[in-house]
Design a protein around this ligand. Structure first.
Ligand code: AQP
Length: 410
């Protein structure tokens, strides 16, 4: 008998699935299929919120599904499908947009990070005159915002919230002027933050994610630590919807994976498909070695025999995930004494990771040679997900007074 609480999670087809995705989420997905009803999908509607290659997307989506299956996901024990094949995801997003406060979306750090990364990439691509124009624009808008801040300060100092409004018209004008200045400053600062050019879809990403989860009335969500803030928003959306239209949705909570946040090989940001700082779950040993070679280690180790500090070394934290206890203890000691160099340490890590990933690669090769297994799994998964989604949407439309049923009841 399975637990009554439903599980939902998804992964973007935005690049190679990496060991962060695997240990932060997918491994837990697999475990949960033994105890819970699970709904999992490859979220292509999410992947199109940033610049992407249209020609590549279908194969990336297919590879995404194939890789989750190679990681051990059995489509007979869960509903596995592609997000855009169940259109109710986007329908529910629109309905949720009507109860989601803009202020909550502005707080989302992933939006700000992704917009900033896109700005950085755009700037990197620009050369000569185009780069100069972009920098002039940044300076112009930033200076404009600063000048407006001075004017805003004067307006705010002149506003006395305790005074009796002898002239309501003048007060209203004063308040509207302050409001307009604040709006213009915000707009100009968005250029600096890189969010002015970001798509509305990227901004709305967390609402689509809330719709993904709540469409299946899932209350358990196995995701990495980076998604905690989005889950908070999901609960806020459910709570606001329920308060306004009646109790339809559960409150979703995160289930932690084996490694909630794996740092990228740059030793700086989280491991990410789009940051090219990862080891892919399907990477061959040669590639793992070449990926690890330039990876960031303990900055105190400039020479091979410098004593190291494994607790600050990202390579050691990966050893803890892939090497056995005895190996970790030995490496810890050798690193502290300066008797193992970073090069050897990385090679041993490459072997440990390769041993772990070899069976996943083998299953992926088998599935790639038999694509019908993947496509059939997707068709079955879509039917099951579509059925659940249809049930929820009927309830949602009824609660909100929209859809043909609402008129039939007149
Ligand atoms: N570094 C990580 N450590 C632990 N868990 C991680 N996850 C992602 N990176 C790490 C978890 O993997 C699942 C799938 O992620 P996603 O594809 O939905 O989006 P993401 O979090 O934005 O992943 P990436 O790899 O960083 O993709 P891009 O570069 O396209 O944005 C999620 O459960 C996530 O928490």
């Amino acid at each position: 008998m399975k637990d009554q609480q439903r599980v939902f999670s998804g992964i973007q087809p935005s690049g190679d699935i990496h060991i962060g995705n695997y240990l932060g989420a997918i491994k837990k997905w697999v475990e949960l299929t033994a105890t819970h009803e699970c709904v999992y999908c490859v979220v292509d509607d999410h992947a199109i919120t940033v610049d992407y290659d249209v020609k590549q997307l279908p194969s990336r989506t297919f590879e995404g599904v194939l890789t989750t299956m190679a990681c051990g996901l059995d489509p007979d024990r869960c509903a596995l499908f592609v997000q855009s094949h169940v259109p109710e995801h986007t329908e529910l997003t629109w309905l949720f947009n009507t109860v989601t406060p803009l202020g909550s979306l502005f707080r989302m750090t992933q939006f700000k990070d992704k917009a900033r990364n896109a700005l950085q990439r755009a700037l990197d691509k620009k050369q000569g005159g185009a780069r100069k124009t972009a920098l002039h624009e940044l300076r112009r808008t930033g200076m404009g915002a600063l000048a407006l801040c001075d004017e805003l300060r004067i307006d705010l100092e002149a506003l006395n919230p305790d005074a009796t409004a002898d002239n309501p018209m003048a007060l209203q004008e004063q308040v509207m002027r302050i409001n307009d200045r604040m709006g213009t400053i915000l707009q100009q600062l968005q250029v600096g933050l890189g969010v002015a050019d970001a798509s509305c879809g990227l901004f709305d990403y967390p609402v689509l994610q809330a719709a993904d989860i709540l469409l299946y009335k899932a209350s358990l969500v196995p995701v990495g630590e980076d998604q905690e803030q989005h889950l908070e928003l999901c609960r806020e959306v459910a709570e606001r919807f329920n308060r306004k239209f009646g109790p339809v949705f559960p409150m979703a909570t995160r289930i932690k994976g084996e490694a909630p946040r794996i740092l990228g090989l740059d030793g700086n940001q989280k491991m990410s498909k789009s940051l090219d700082n990862y080891i892919g779950v399907l990477d061959e040993k040669d590639r793992i070695i070449s990926r690890l070679k330039p990876a960031f280690t303990d900055p105190a180790r400039l020479r091979r025999d410098d004593p190291g500090h494994p607790e600050v070394c990202n390579i050691y934290s990966l050893h803890k995930l892939f090497s056995d206890g005895a190996t970790c203890a030995r490496i810890d000691e050798e690193c502290r004494r300066g008797t193992i160099g970073c090069f050897d340490c990385k090679n041993q890590l490459a072997t440990a990771i390769d041993t772990h990933l070899a069976p996943i690669r083998e299953r992926a090769d088998h599935l790639r040679a038999h694509p019908s297994i993947v496509l059939e799994a997707l068709a079955t998964g879509r039917d099951r997900a579509g059925q659940l989604a249809g049930e929820t949407m009927r309830e949602v439309r009824d609660a909100m007074g929209i859809g043909p049923q609402a008129l039939n009841r007149l």
